[in-house]
Design a protein around this ligand. Sequence first.
Ligand SMILES: Nc1ncnc2c1ncn2[C@@H]1O[C@H](COP(=O)(O)OP(=O)(O)OP(=O)(O)O)[C@@H](O)[C@H]1O
Length: 277
Amino acid sequence: MTEETAEREPAAGPGAVVALREVGVRRYTTDQVILDGVDWTVRPGEHWALLGANGAGKTTLLRLLGALMHPTTGSVEVLGSRLGRVDVRELRARIGHVTSAQRVPQDLDAHTVVLTGHTGTVQPLWRMYDEAVRQRAHELLAELEIKELADRPYGVCSGGQRARILIARALMADPALLLLDEPFNALDLPSREDLVEAMHRLAEGRPRLATVTVTHHLEELSPAVSHALLLREGRILTRGPVEETLTGTWLTACFGRPIAVNRHEGRWWAYSGRQGS
Ligand SMILES: Nc1ncnc2c1ncn2[C@@H]1O[C@H](COP(=O)(O)OP(=O)(O)OP(=O)(O)O)[C@@H](O)[C@H]1O
């Protein structure tokens, strides 16, 4: 099995949330190839898991989707706008991007952090938040089941609570595309399960929302995850419906060691046997 087994992507057609064609990213300083030949379409209502070993290019791919960088070669279309031909600030405002790189003043309370999602700012712009906007922030906290955190400083919230606050913040713009870069990082088991459940509910309540989640662990995927893209050394190994892509064979190829995969009631788990056993 080689990279060439990733068949060519059919034309995206109108209405695609994301359409990447022959995308390459290269570092000019070192000439390092970070992404190469990436063809990918995400459609409304699809929920993608983005998997690959450390350094495979997952975060870079997510940054392209978030209009935070441009490709070196190929074309990136997000929400109908082609990068390079559009005001990226306007485009970014329509994309929800949850990443640990998000700067959040630690003394802001959770409700205010969510409000900053309305303006896409680090600090609150109070004159921009009317009663309806404030109410919406409360509703999103309630939807993520953290309404009791409204007045709590972000800095004292736990990792799982922060993840949900940042998701609520990202949803303030009512995005058609939600990007999540390792949202489960460092969560304990109950927090992980709460977040998996929250992601599931979110998907069910928003039939046209598309999501892309970078993760290292299949256990973190909600039953709503419909598709997966597996990256290896900057190239797509395989992409498509989870039934076809989240298999022991593909994950073994992706991570370079034997991996067995199981699924039960929509949830996944994976483990690696001893080499050669
Ligand atoms: N700004 C940069 N300057 C130099 N190299 C970079 C830069 N950004 C990414 N890279 C390199 O590109 C490769 C892919 O990085 P990326 O962060 O996209 O991988 P990843 O799959 O998200 O990894 P991880 O699972 O470890 O987070 C790595 O080798 C990384 O060192």
